[in-house]
Ligand binder design. Structure first.
Ligand SMILES: O=P(O)(O)O[C@H]1O[C@H](CO)[C@@H](O)[C@H]1O
Ligand SMILES: [Mn+2]
Ligand SMILES: [Mn+2]
Length: 404
């Protein structure tokens, strides 16, 4: 069946690029968080993101981002989305975008993991577990990395999210062995006793604590989606579903026809450029994680802004390459305000920007009540029934009327 409007939809998730505290931010102690707003303030007017600006990145906000004035005629449609899922992690955000909100909170471990779980990890790996508390990943390797090099112990840690992370020096514990341990741990935490969103392998290299750096061999072993997602419906209908970056991990490969691993945001955008040259009918779903992993959790607003400016340059190329019947949608999965206390994600609304060269008009899509509106729009475009929550805004995108 012919799609209703667009042959190819490119969805890009700027991981953690939130746009202000969500209405339920108080439940997460995140009142006042505003990732984009605080990055703009850190740049004192020098944040230059002209392509996001043209798409309406400041128009979708009550207060514009410092240095990024609202524009009179945005290229296409802009708005915000808020999350209904119980958590504020990547998995919650992406699953909800694809019509599967996480309504029951997954387990978190503010005081570290229980003994029985740790003992099983130790006996499977033959290694002692150290750390075992919520901590920033770069801090914990600085603190325990040298000990790991000496003893071969496993550094296990968590955060405010439902994650069990294992950091391992690549020359002490090979990436292969680390993945094997993570797979085993994954099998222990799929419920019912413990239900953890992600087990994450965090390999790093470097001679000593002043020089440890984490590598692109990070791998997320995610809980398999507890139900069908929009990706499954698309895939079953023979619509191509392409995952770029950690999309494949987040959905455990479910409903994805082709997956690309990213080394970095720029590598991710290389993949987007590559896919844009291909002939296909379908949905290309990209995640760019550097904003989150390298700058948000590290509370580094200057690095965050630089990453936004680098992305914006690549966005310029994408905007030029879009075909008449392509749709580009840009959004985020949660906030991670680098100007906020702590090192965790922040409960925020996320931007929603949509553009196609075929658009006749522009306008405001409002504040969408769930991230699921994103996937509902993709399903609607490909003439597929929406089985879950979410309201399509496709009709608004294809509106015609007086010339803008
Ligand atoms: O501090 P690092 O290791 O980057 O960990 C972060 O990465 C996890 C996954 O995004 C988050 O839950 C947060 O804890
Ligand atoms: Mn994320
Ligand atoms: Mn994160």
């Amino acid at each position: 069946m012919e799609p209703k409007a667009y042959h190819r939809i490119f969805g890009i998730v700027l991981d953690s690029v939130g746009t202000g505290a969500a209405p339920d931010a108080n439940l997460f102690n995140d009142q006042g968080a505003d990732t984009l707003g605080h990055v703009g303030e850190a740049y004192q007017g020098e944040l230059k993101i002209p392509n996001l600006q043209r798409m309406g990145i400041s128009n979708l906000r009550e207060h514009e981002i410092l240095g990024v004035p609202k524009v009179n005629r945005p290229l296409g449609y802009y708005g915000t989305m808020q999350e209904v899922s119980a958590g504020k992690d990547s998995m919650d955000g992406h699953w909800e975008m694809m019509g599967l909100p996480v309504t029951k909170p997954l387990d978190t471990f503010p005081h570290g993991f229980p003994d029985d779980l740790i003992k099983k990890i130790e006996s499977f790996s033959g290694r002692k577990v150290i750390g075992n508390r919520p901590e920033s990943g770069t801090k914990i390797i600085a603190e325990l990395g040298e000990q790991q090099i000496e003893t071969g112990d496993l550094i296990v840690y968590t955060s405010g999210d439902s994650v069990l992370q294992i950091a391992a020096h690549e020359e002490v514990i090979s990436v292969k062995e680390l993945y094997r341990i993570c797979e085993y741990v994954r099998s222990l935490v799929n419920g019912p006793t413990y239900t953890i969103g992600r087990v994450i392998a965090r390999p790093y290299v470097g001679p000593d604590k002043a020089h440890f750096v984490r590598t692109a061999n990070r791998h997320d072993f995610t809980l398999a989606p507890i139900g069908q997602t929009d990706l499954d419906y698309l895939n079953e209908a023979g619509i191509q579903t392409i995952g770029i970056g950690k999309i494949n991990d987040i959905f455990s490969g479910h409903g994805i026809s082709i997956g690309y691993h990213n080394e970095s945001n720029m590598d991710g955008m290389d993949h987007v450029d590559e896919v844009m040259k291909k002939e296909f009918t379908g949905f290309c779903f990209t995640n760019l994680v550097d904003f989150d992993a390298m700058y948000g959790h590290r509370r580094n607003p200057i690095g965050f802004g630089k990453a936004l400016m680098d992305f914006d340059k690549r966005l310029g190329t994408v905007l030029k390459s879009l075909r008449e019947n392509d749709l580009l949608m840009i959004t985020a999965d949660h906030g991670n305000d680098p100007g906020f206390r702590g090192t965790d994600h922040t409960r925020e609304r996320v931007p929603l920007l949509a553009y196609s060269p075929s658009m006749k008009m522009n306008g405001n899509l409002g504040n969408r009540q769930t991230f699921a509106d994103f996937g509902a729009t993709v399903l609607d475009n490909f003439n597929l029934k929406n089985h879950a929550i979410g309201t399509s805004f496709l009709e608004e995108l294809v509106r015609t009327g007086e010339v803008k």
